[in-house]
Design a protein around this ligand. Structure first.
Ligand code: PMP
Length: 363
């Protein structure tokens, strides 16, 4: 190439998404493919959200509301903050990038756990920053080591709570101790994409520190428990000053109108959300019991997926399952070479997965 793209861009790791259903169907000539690879909600969104989204289609010749007035109002009532404390993103994924845009200059350091959500590292490198990856301890964030990794150059710390891909949380007490050690000049970002699924009493949202006057950001999404992954909408909660900075770097129309309307209706239907969360817990139990019976070691999960140590190379297991029409996430891509990450499916999908894995392990 004669043109000169930024070396930071050329050297970035490429995000590997879960394999799409249609691709696997065509490649392997399968009629049915079950995807348990991207932590999607197998029950889909509330019917009210679908209806609101359909109605919004009639207006797609208009630009979306750049300020997402109605959605922010609904969110502000639910989480008890001012609308000026909420930023909307094209998925919370986009907000992760906006945060790096706001904070990271070349040479700045960003502390994160590994294995964790890979975008923290990518957006840091994109900005010329230096990711400081701190290895999980017993599948959980090692907050002591993360606090120790903070230096004069640290601008950001990402805490993925619950963590993807391990499904684990850090407790309120651990976070309190951690926050005591972090200087106020460091922005702590709590990525809480799976928060709706959590039922452990020791969990606390990072929101608590915002209420205490700390400058933190809390990220949430409509992609998981609310079932709107395909519409791409998430949000950040922070101080009005921080939200103002995020708004300066985002594209003006980054939250599309169909997503805004559907998200508002999904948020209003908390009964449906509760049902999804209850279904998910049944699925988690079904998977962890079934996996234990097969001699595997599932990591106890507070999310809609399970990381399971199978004791065999994950690539081999991934290919074997795919041939049987089941897509999971192979652990070697996530830093766990003998594990799989399996999203909770419907009861029947989970059963099919367990049968297919049993076949492979017993062959
Ligand atoms: N954070 C975490 C921890 C995730 O697992 C994901 C999705 N895989 C995201 C953020 C991004 O979600 P979305 O962009 O769909 O809101």
């Amino acid at each position: 190439m004669d043109v000169r793209p930024r070396p930071n861009v050329c050297n970035l790791d490429v995000y590997v998404p879960g394999k799409p259903i249609e691709e696997v169907q065509q490649e392997l000539g399968l009629t049915r493919v079950i995807k348990l690879a991207s932590n999607e909600n197998p029950w889909g969104p509330s019917p009210k959200a679908l209806e609101a989204g359909r109605l919004a289609l009639d207006k797609i010749f208009l630009y979306p509301d750049a300020n997402a007035f109605n959605l922010k109002k609904a969110l502000s009532e639910r989480v008890q903050v001012k609308p000026s404390q909420i930023a909307i993103g094209n998925g919370s994924d986009e907000i992760v990038q906006l945060i790096a845009n706001v904070f990271v200059d070349p040479g700045d350091e960003v502390v994160m756990a590994t294995p964790s959500f890979p975008r923290y590292k990518t957006v840091t490198e994109l900005m010329g920053g230096i990711p400081k990856e701190v290895v999980l301890k017993d599948y959980r964030h090692d907050l002591t080591a993360m606090a120790a990794a903070v230096t004069e150059k640290t601008k950001l710390v990402f805490i993925c709570n619950p963590n993807n891909p391990s499904g684990t949380i850090v407790s309120e007490r651990e976070l309190d101790e951690f926050m005591e050690l972090i200087p106020p000049r460091v922005m702590v970002v709590f990525d809480e994409a799976y928060t709706e699924y959590v039922n452990a009493p020791e969990f606390a949202s990072g929101f608590k520190y915002l209420q205490q006057g700390r400058e933190v950001l809390v990220l949430r999404t409509f992609s998981k428990a609310y079932g709107l992954a395909g519409l791409r909408i998430g949000y950040a909660i922070g101080s009005p000053e921080m939200i103002d900075l995020l708004n300066r770097v985002r594209g003006p129309f980054n939250g599309n109108q169909v997503a805004q309307q559907a998200a508002g209706a999904a948020l209003a239907d908390q009964d449906y959300l509760e049902q999804v969360v209850a279904n998910n817990y049944q699925g988690l139990n079904q998977l962890s019991e079934g996996l234990s019976k097969l001699g595997c070691s599932p990591v106890p999960s507070q999310t809609n997926f399970i990381l399971v140590e199978v004791g065999r190379p994950s690539e081999e297991l991934f290919v074997g399952l795919m041939r049987k029409g089941i897509i999971v996430r192979p652990g070697h891509l996530l830093g766990h070479p003998e594990a799989l990450r399996v999203s909770v499916g419907t009861g029947e999908e989970n059963e099919q997965f367990l049968l297919a894995l049993a076949d492979i392990l017993n062959a």
